[in-house]
Design a protein around this ligand. Structure first.
Ligand SMILES: *[C@@H]1O[C@H](CO)[C@@H](O)[C@H](O)[C@H]1NC(C)=O
Ligand SMILES: *[C@@H]1O[C@H](CO)[C@@H](O)[C@H](O)[C@H]1NC(C)=O
Ligand SMILES: [Ca+2]
Ligand SMILES: [Ca+2]
Ligand SMILES: [Ca+2]
Length: 753
């Protein structure tokens, strides 16, 4: 009976040897319909299938085979489930217990899942589900309850597990499940949960599948369409994460959960439960009345004006209705739900749609100064057409104007490459050496340096040892290698392996699945960010580079008439902080032992704007307190690439103070171009970065705070220190940052780090 123990491989094809294609899907019984029509609950029974083929002959009614196949790579990992509904029986609670007298009287012989009966063959090796378990909860008796993954919160969930939790609400209610902690392996091929709108894992009724990490300010919540829900947890052999904790409850099923009549000239409406997941099988109709289909979106969608909208839209979507009323319909089908939408509506006078503002071609109204500024604010570029370009703009051949920041940064901003022509690059077929000059493309990566600086060998899979220069990386054994940025790129390039030593820096414990609209950071997202306080208030930012040392800006520690900022006893450093004035168990407050301002700091030109701070005692590193990587002196941060600025707002100047740590994505500006734009106020010790397309201008960087560059390996490097240009990310003004690579040797000499 116990296949695994007997050493036999689990063969899921007991019934039919044709394998995958032979699995038949019969339509699932619609549980809600049965309930509504007959007042009966259909009886669903999970059948453990392994070695139990005989059960099949006993069933009456509808039999549904569920074939749980996780995409191609996972063909070896399958689970089979059967379910059966007996439609002529009224459901009573004792049917949940197959040993009850009532159940036995049904005359159906059923095997429920028990440990070791369901196995997952993985990578051709049979793996038994060591803890396959089913829990059942009836919500009516206890209004809410908690579900946790095994071991939570004290230990990670177990390997090779399949667990299911069945939730029954009372009739006339929905089941609501809210995860307040969720941290699973990032790869949904490996560990995942699924939530079903049914009591058995029917593919057609999956509401959602989740893995990875959800931060606390983005809770995960799902609602069923009827009064049942199933949660399953599947884990594989490796990498066990903390798991999850969820609260279940029931919510009354209302006939009118959403939709309705909207009047007035302005308003907002959202999908049900927004920003949580909307329930499956939902239809909402809004009649908008001051003012009014194709097959583009066959599944869940919003329909307005016969136009269906679905999918993820990072930017605003505008629908214009040329009528004095409209209807908006939201529909979700049986499976896979998401967080839905929020929408604003506004009535307009057709003859003057945007009084006092600019009317985009899509009828969005934007403030006049946003036209012809080089940024697409309408979403259809109509605010950037027919413009006369300003002196700080590039006149693109296609008629657009773009900010001059974006000249010669290898990103085609005009769309027709106007901004990337005349950048002194070589003819096609030639390779441009980093320090100028052109060589034939064939000489690239041939193992011999042909450019004077060897840069033709700098972006190759193999690194060559060559003469040291400002374009090579120096290994600990003093050999210099040709590869560009070989540090912590997960390939050993130095003979002594020193390029891959000490690569724990710049790792973020939490994985950040998708960058959501807002600019608030989440806990542990920037664990090197420090808040420096003087006299109880936040004054500057800093970055953690070791358990003892911080990097900040020299101008932060410059004395003025009122405060001796250069004195360590003036300062308090808050590490692991997310919200100002809200310390938590991860937050550590430290005093300083010493401050080392760069001896070459020039308070007029802001040249060498960098300083070091030593903590009075080493800080214990944690998931929220972690050092950033220091780039080697020859590390290249090329123009055109994204970097992140973070901070609570610059309070030294006339900024605002944000309460939650803010982040903003900016783009590195070509330094030759920046020098021109800033009219010679920059030095080679500075680098410039500007707001990205679609970005908002807000003052998000703190003086002294980090400019973080996320390398493809996932390690984050400190590219810069917020210095001047307000430390703000402003559309038409680049931010200027201290170029950290210039100070690598000084930092090493001063701190040993
Ligand atoms: C809306 O327009 C129709 C004609 O298109 C008109 O008959 C109706 O009175 C209008 N309703 C309002 C509220 O203006
Ligand atoms: C920066 O722009 C100049 C022209 O202004 C160009 O020669 C140079 O190659 C650019 N630098 C980079 C790294 O693209
Ligand atoms: Ca614009
Ligand atoms: Ca460009
Ligand atoms: Ca390497």
């Amino acid at each position: 009976m116990d296949l695994l123990r007997s050493g036999t491989r689990f063969i899921p094809k007991t019934l039919n040897d044709d394998g995958d294609n032979a699995v038949t899907y019969l339509p699932a019984a619609d549980t809600t319909e049965l309930e509504k029509q007959r007042g009966y609950k259909p009886l669903y029974v999970g059948l453990g299938l392994v070695g139990l083929a005989a059960v099949l002959t006993l069933t009456t009614g509808l039999l549904v085979w569920h074939f749980h196949l996780r995409r191609e790579e996972m063909i070896l990992k399958k689970m089979y489930f059967g379910s059966m509904s007996i439609t002529n029986q009224r459901f009573i609670d004792s049917y949940n217990n197959p040993n009850s007298q009532e159940f036995q009287q049904l005359g159906v012989q059923v095997y429920l899942f028990t440990a070791h009966q369901c196995c997952l063959p993985s990578l051709s090796v049979a793996v038994c589900l060591s803890a396959s378990k089913t829990y059942t909860y009836h919500i009516g008796k206890l209004p809410t309850g908690t579900i946790e993954s095994p071991g939570f919160p004290n230990s990670p969930y177990p390997s090779d597990t399949y667990i299911q939790w069945r939730l029954h609400a009372e009739r006339g209610h929905r089941v609501q499940l809210m995860f307040d902690y969720f941290d699973l392996e990032d790869d949904c091929q490996k560990d995942f949960i699924r939530v079903y709108d049914s009591l058995v894992p029917l593919e057609q009724q999956v509401m959602t599948e989740k893995c990875g990490y959800y931060k606390r300010n983005e809770p995960l919540s799902v609602v069923s369409s009827g009064n049942v829900m199933l949660l399953t947890l599947v884990t594989n052999k490796e990498k066990n994460y903390p798991g999850f904790r969820a609260t279940y409850s029931q919510v009354p099923l209302q006939s009118q959960d959403c939709g309705g009549k909207l009047t007035g000239l302005k308003g907002t409406f959202t999908s049900p439960n927004f920003p949580s997941h909307y329930p499956p099988q939902t239809t909402c109709v809004w009649d908008i009345e001051p003012v009014k289909s194709n097959n583009k979106c066959p599944k869940d969608h919003v329909e307005v004006n016969n136009e269906k909208i679905c999918g993820y839209k990072p930017y605003i979507t505008v629908v214009t209705v040329r009528d004095n009323r409209t209807t908006v319909t939201f529909k979700s089908d049986m499976s896979y739900v998401d967080t839905g939408f929020t929408a604003d509506f506004e009535a307009f006078v057709p003859t003057n749609p945007c009084p006092g503002k600019f009317a985009c071609a899509n009828n969005l109204c934007i403030n006049n100064p946003l036209t012809c500024d080089g940024w697409d604010d309408c979403g259809d570029n109509s605010d950037e057409r027919n413009c006369k370009c300003g002196s700080d703009q590039i006149q693109c051949r296609n008629g657009l104007c773009k900010s001059k920041f974006w000249l010669c940064d290898k990103v085609n901003d005009c769309g027709d490459n106007t901004d990337e022509g005349n950048c002194g690059s070589c003819q096609s077929g030639d390779f441009s050496c980093r320090n100028g000059g052109c060589i034939s493309e064939n000489l690239k990566c041939d193992g011999r340096p042909d450019c004077p600086d060897g840069s033709d060998e700098s972006k190759c899979s193999r690194s060559v040892v060559m003469q040291c220069s400002e374009y090579t990386y120096q290994c600990k054994n003093n050999q210099c290698i040709s590869k560009l940025n070989p540090e912590c790129d997960e390939d050993v390039d130095c003979e002594d392996g020193s390029d891959e030593a000490d690569c724990q820096c710049g790792k973020r414990p939490y994985r950040h699945s998708r960058i959501v609209g807002g600019q608030d950071s989440s806990e542990g997202e920037w664990p090197w960010q420090v808040s420096l306080h003087v006299q109880g208030s936040h004054v500057c930012g800093a970055s953690i580079i070791s358990d003892r040392w911080l990097v900040t800006a020299a101008h932060c520690v410059q004395d003025n008439v009122e405060v001796k900022y250069s004195q360590p006893q003036q300062w308090e450093a808050y590490l692991g902080l997310l919200v100002q004035s809200q310390s938590n168990k991860w937050t550590v407050k430290k005093n300083l032992k010493q401050i080392i301002q760069h001896p070459g700091y020039n308070k007029d030109s802001y040249d060498n704007d960098i300083a070091l701070m030593e903590l009075d005692s080493p800080v214990e590193l944690s998931q929220n307190i972690w050092p950033v990587c220091l780039p080697s002196a020859t590390h290249d941060f090329p123009p055109g690439k994204s970097v992140w600025i973070t901070g609570w707002g610059d309070t030294m100047e006339l900024g605002f103070a944000a309460s939650i740590l803010q982040k903003a994505e900016v783009r590195i500006i070509n330094s030759t171009v920046c020098e021109t734009l800033m009219e010679g106020q920059t030095t080679p010790n500075m680098m410039c970065a500007g707001v990205l397309e679609g970005g908002v201008d807000a003052c998000q960087g703190d003086s002294g705070g980090p400019l973080s560059f996320i390398e493809t390996s996932g390690n984050v490097f400190l590219a810069g220190v917020v210095s001047w240009g307000d430390g703000c990310a402003r559309r038409n003004k680049p931010g200027v940052y201290t170029r950290v690579t210039k100070y690598r040797d000084w930092i090493k000499r001063s701190t040993g780090v």
